[in-house]
Design a protein around this ligand. Structure first.
Ligand code: 5GP
Ligand code: ZN
Length: 112
C-alpha cells in the first residue's frame, strides 16, 4: 500500500469504485472516465508503480492479470476488446499503480 495512491485506496475499499471483480490479488473496476462503452481496469492489489517496475517475481501476477481480461470482457458482453498498459509519464500513464485497461463495445477512442 502506498499512502497517496488512488488505486491502493480503491483496492483497500477506502475509496469507492464500480467494482466488477475481486480476489486476493486482483481487483477490476469501471474506469471513471470511460473511452468506450465498456472500459474497465484490472489492477493488482499490490502497489507496483508500472510495468517498468515489474521484475521476475511478478511474472505469475502479470499472467493472472492478462488471463482475467478475456474472462471479464466476456462477462461484460464483449465479443472482442482492446487492452492497453500505459507505462511512465511519457507513455501516457496518469495513475502510477500498474493497471491494464480493457475496452470494447464501440465508441472506443485510443488513449494516448
Ligand atoms: P492511465 O493513463 O494511468 O493508464 O489511466 C488511468 C485511468 O484511471 C484513467 O483512464 C482514469 O480515467 C482512471 N481513473 C483515475 N482516477 C480514477 C478513480 O478514482 N476511479 C476510477 N474508477 N478510475 C479512475
Ligand atoms: Zn498503489
Amino acid at each position: 500500500m502506498s499512502a497517496d495512491c488512488i488505486f491502493c485506496k480503491i483496492a483497500n475499499g477506502s475509496i469507492p469504485s464500480n467494482k466488477i471483480y475481486e480476489d486476493d490479488e486482483l481487483i477490476a473496476f469501471n474506469d471513471i472516465n470511460p473511452s468506450a462503452k465498456v472500459h474497465f481496469l484490472i489492477v493488482p492489489k499490490m502497489h507496483i508503480e508500472s510495468l517498468a517496475g515489474c521484475e521476475s517475481q511478478h511474472q505469475t501476477l502479470l499472467g493472472k492479470v492478462l488471463l482475467l481480461a478475456p474472462k471479464l470482457a466476456q462477462e461484460q458482453g464483449l465479443a472482442g476488446f482492446k487492452t492497453l498498459i500505459n507505462t511512465g509519464k511519457d507513455g501516457g500513464q496518469e495513475v502510477f499503480h500498474l493497471h491494464v485497461h480493457v475496452m470494447g463495445g464501440g465508441a472506443s477512442r485510443p488513449k494516448s
